[in-house]
Design a protein around this ligand. Structure first.
Ligand SMILES: *Cc1c(COP(=O)(O)O)cnc(C)c1O
Length: 398
């Protein structure tokens, strides 16, 4: 029998804060009530702040993040359009697969799992495409399967260096609201996310940022779409309504989660994710292990994929974590199955929750046969958290 808290350290769904869960516990409401806009219109405005867009729009669909990939593609592109994509993990792989299924002509760059968006190669391809056959460039900001963070500002710079007019699509499902994201500044045309990661809600709400350029492309796009039609949403959203039944409970939860994010301050949320992630990385170094991300510049602040020793099956680490220590870690997906386990460290977390994850990981690793020194990772993380806290106290005192 399980007693006490269960410990959820997967990179989505993430822990839902108590305030958010309570906010969702309300009676059913009329989705055509005259005052619904009082709840919904500010949500759109606040999501624009999270995405850092003033010129774009944010759309909400009852969907998971994957639906927003589809909405982005089918509203803005044409059948057979050439698109530039890269694959370096299960999520970037699935996006490629979707683009192919939807009938796009995908120019795909294979990248070693552990690295991210190959901006130099993107720049070369875009410069070579003088007749502008490439209609969209895709970038997965945070590859959740490998714990790899990519540089979206550099992706935009590569497009600008080639003076290329393609649309820029960014998968921000495990980064938006946790890692810096600047839709307008980086010229992102479609920014995809979902409710169950940085926004700290249950799964079920797709969130899509669309630029004016994407909305313009939607006017002539001939791909088939129905449920995900931008215009059906936009026509009603301006008064706070939806073309089909919206999940109003989720909107109440979103209100509460946005309030929490703004109370902490978006930049402080990003700083906290860095601080917590760095503790996890120091623990891994202390264990004598390494991250799937092959260089520090690729290491994600929301999820870490930890390579286990060759003699260990990462699935055992996950199994012992769950069955013995009440802890859920993320599994290794596809190519890295058995080789990595993942600690999701995004959303509603603090230093002590991360230390709990690391303590549980140490026991699970040892149970699975990894000869790590007990307490070594936890100790390294503790010292980093103390140091980081002392530094921020000093900065605040100056
Ligand atoms: C979780 C995730 C997705 C898929 O989102 P769903 O909500 O499960 O459809 C896509 N991309 C990335 C980077 C993710 O982390």
């Amino acid at each position: 029998m399980k007693t006490g808290m269960t410990h959820l350290f997967i990179p989505g769904p993430t822990n839902v804060p108590e305030a958010v869960r309570r906010a969702m516990n309300v009676c059913m409401e009329d989705q055509r009530a005259p005052d619904l806009g009082e709840l919904t219109i500010p949500l759109f405005a606040d999501l624009k702040k999270v995405m850092k867009t003033t010129s774009g729009e944010v759309l909400l669909f009852p969907s998971s993040g994957t639906g927003m990939w589809e909405a982005a593609i089918t509203n803005t592109l044409n059948p057979g359009d050439k698109v530039l994509m890269s694959r370096f993990g299960q999520f970037s792989h699935l996006w490629v697969e979707m683009a192919q299924r939807l009938g796009l002509d995908v120019e795909m760059i294979e990248v070693e799992w552990g690295q991210g968006v190959p901006v130099e190669t993107y720049e070369q391809r875009l410069k070579a495409d003088t007749s502008h056959q490439i209609k969209a460039v895709f970038a997965t900001q945070n590859e959740t399967a490998t714990g790899v963070q990519s540089d979206i500002a550099a992706t935009r710079a590569a497009m600008d260096a080639a003076n290329h007019p393609a649309l820029l699509f960014v998968d921000g499902v495990s980064s938006i609201a946790s890692i810096d994201f600047r839709m307008d500044e980086w010229g992102v045309d479609c920014a995809v996310t979902g409710s169950q990661k940085g926004l700290m809600l249950p799964a079920g709400l797709g969130v899509l940022g669309v630029s004016q350029k994407a909305l313009e492309a939607a006017k002539t796009s001939t791909m088939r779409r129905a449920y995900f039609e931008f215009n059906d949403q936009l026509a009603l959203n301006k008064d706070g309504y939806f073309p089909y039944t919206p999940p109003i409970q989720m909107f109440h939860g979103l209100r509460a989660s946005l309030d929490l994010i703004f109370q902490e301050g978006l930049e402080n949320v990003f700083a906290r994710h860095y601080r917590l992630a760095e503790g996890v990385r120091r623990a891994i170094t202390a264990w004598g292990l390494r991250t799937c991300a092959v260089e520090p510049k690729w290491q994600s602040n929301t999820v870490t994929a930890i390579m286990v020793p060759e003699t260990v099956d990462a699935r055992d680490v996950i199994k012992y974590g769950y069955t013995r220590y009440n802890t859920s870690f993320g599994t290794g997906l596809s190519k890295v199955a058995g080789k990595v386990f993942r600690i999701g460290h995004l959303g509603d977390l603090n230093e002590v929750s991360c230390l709990a994850a690391l303590a549980s990981a140490e026991m699970s690793l040892r149970d699975a046969g990894a000869m790590i020194v007990p307490g070594s990772g936890v100790g390294a993380a503790q010292e980093w958290y103390r140091e980081a806290h002392a530094e921020s106290v000093m900065v605040a005192a100056e």
